[in-house]
Write a protein that binds this ligand. Structure first.
Ligand SMILES: Nc1ncnc2c1ncn2[C@@H]1O[C@H](COP(=O)(O)OP(=O)(O)OP(=O)(O)O)[C@@H](O)[C@H]1O
Ligand SMILES: [Mg+2]
Length: 473
């Protein structure tokens, strides 16, 4: 290990003679004729000269002075590695207090406390100082070799502790960085898991919707045929009845010409009993009502077909959204007119590539939901359109009940409804969501309970890929 040497030592002693002694021991040119070198060479070989040459000795004669030196050495970036401190230094601080103060200034400072005798018990000294491993005791009279060895060992220890701290800091930084990395990875993983969950949910949802669509298409197909012939038969029946009524009118007229009075009376009696006049009035009415009923069933079947797209005559078209919204509002007028005023705030938008009947479905669901969210007090439904970033948006805003936050997460789920049985199936929004997804668009909802809700559908002007599979066969 390459240790950059900090050999700075502070001697704190009130006796100038002691400073002289230490200088002789620790500074090589003060060591001439000293038998110390010989002694150390005998113990450690020829190297100690080099080590000895590295010490720098500084002197303080009182604790306060020592503190000032320690502080200025720190400020200069040249801290002392260690200090020799005398136990008794009248009139100032004693050794223990000096050590306390010095450690407050520089906790890393290694200390040797020098004493001829102890007027403190050592236990007391150790209790007063938070010693850990920074304090050694040197008893007077001391040997030069003890001083040299303490100086060597403690200055080296100072270096090592510095390096250990640096190493620790590096390790801590590395651990911190690694922890951050793991947190990042964790976060990314969680995001991916969430995205996958969402995708899976959407997949399940779209599969459900597809099977509902198929079911609807199947039912529509089955109803379509009988409705077709009932409708056409009704047309024919109506013609037949007209002819029969004409004939009856003639018969009635002929009644007067019947010569047999009993027979004429019988005819009149029968006519009155079967209320022929009433039938003549009521049958056409019944026929008309039935025709209207059949017409409605036909429309429902057509809607079902459109809705399931199976029989849709429309493929992807460039279509004018405003026209679609207007016709949808007409269809939904019955749902809306008793509950809300409709305000249109159309912006300038281009035609967009879409499946128009499906976009109508979306608008229809939103508008009907909006109307249903408005209570007994008459409200407002505002329909806005506009353009942003090459995309077109449609907004349906109501002044209805609003949606509580805990419900908001569920409204796009199939069969989620807060409406009474028979009023809502909970499919409107999930179907709309599927349609908007298919158009590469997106849904946004903002809602304040008690104030109202705004749904926004954003759609691209052109579809990103040619949707040949979507085109009608
Ligand atoms: N504009 C709105 N204001 C308040 N709540 C709404 C609004 N739109 C939707 N919701 C809530 O979302 C739920 C789901 O709506 P969705 O259109 O999917 O089903 P539904 O309207 O209940 O039934 P369906 O549309 O099948 O007749 C509703 O039951 C309602 O609680
Ligand atoms: Mg709905």
């Amino acid at each position: 290990m390459n240790i950059s040497p900090n050999r700075r030592i502070l001697l704190v002693d009130d006796m100038p003679a002691i400073h002289e002694d230490f200088r002789k021991i620790l500074i090589p040119h003060a060591l001439e004729n000293s038998d110390f070198n010989d002694f150390e060479a005998a113990l450690f070989g020829d190297t100690p000269q080099v080590v000895a040459a590295a010490f720098e000795l500084d002197s303080a004669y009182q604790g306060q002075e020592a503190l000032a030196k320690v502080q200025s050495s720190l400020e200069a970036g040249l801290p002392y590695a260690m200090a020799f401190i005398d136990m008794r230094m009248p009139p100032g601080w004693d050794g223990v207090e000096t050590i306390e103060r010095l450690w407050q200034a520089d906790a890393r400072l290694q200390v040797v406390i020098c004493t001829a005798f102890s007027d403190h018990s050592w236990d007391e000294v150790l209790a007063r100082l938070d010693v850990r491993d920074r304090l050694l005791i040197l008893k007077k009279p001391f040997d030069a070799i003890e001083v040299r060895q303490l100086a060597n060992t403690l200055t080296t220890k100072w270096e090592l502790s510095l390096q250990a701290d640096a190493h620790l800091t590096r390790l801590e930084t590395a651990v911190l960085e690694r922890t951050r990395e793991i947190t990042r990875t964790n976060h990314a993983l969680q995001t991916e898991i969430n995205e996958r969950k969402l995708l899976q949910e959407q997949l399940v949802q779209s599969e459900k919707l597809a099977s509902i669509g198929q079911l609807a298409a199947g039912v529509a197909h089955e109803i379509n045929n009988p409705i077709g012939f009932i409708f056409s038969n009704f047309g024919t029946l109506k013609g037949y009845l007209d002819r029969l009524f004409n004939m009856l009118a003639l018969y009635q007229y002929a009644e007067n010409s019947v010569n047999t009075p009993e027979f004429a009376a019988m005819l009149q009696d029968l006519r009155e009993k079967m209320e022929l006049d009433y039938l003549k009035q009521d049958i056409p009415q019944l026929m008309d009502e039935s025709m209207q009923g059949i017409e409605r069933v036909r429309q429902i079947v057509q809607d079902l077909k459109d809705f399931s797209r199976v029989d849709s005559a429309q493929g992807w078209l460039m279509a004018n959204l405003h026209r679609g919204i207007d016709s949808t509002l007409n269809v939904a007028a019955n749902e809306i007119k008793y509950k809300a005023d409709v305000i249109k705030e159309y912006g300038a938008i281009p035609e967009i590539e879409c499946l128009p009947s499906q976009i109508n479905q979306v608008v229809m669901n939103l508008v009907v939901n909006a109307a249903q969210a408005i209570g007994t007090q008459r409200g407002r439904i505002t329909i806005r359109t506009g353009m942003q970033d090459e995309q077109v948006w449609i907004e349906v805003a109501d002044t209805g009940s609003g949606i509580p936050p805990e419900t908001l997460n569920h409204i796009f789920e199939p069969f989620f409804t807060t409406k009474p049985v028979g009023k809502g199936t909970g499919l409107g929004l999930s179907l709309s969501y599927g349609i908007v997804q298919k158009h590469h668009g997106r849904f946004e909802v903002e809602s304040v309970v008690g104030q109202g809700t705004t749904f926004r559908v954003t759609l691209p002007i052109r579809q990103p890929v040619q949707r040949t599979e979507e085109r009608p066969a």
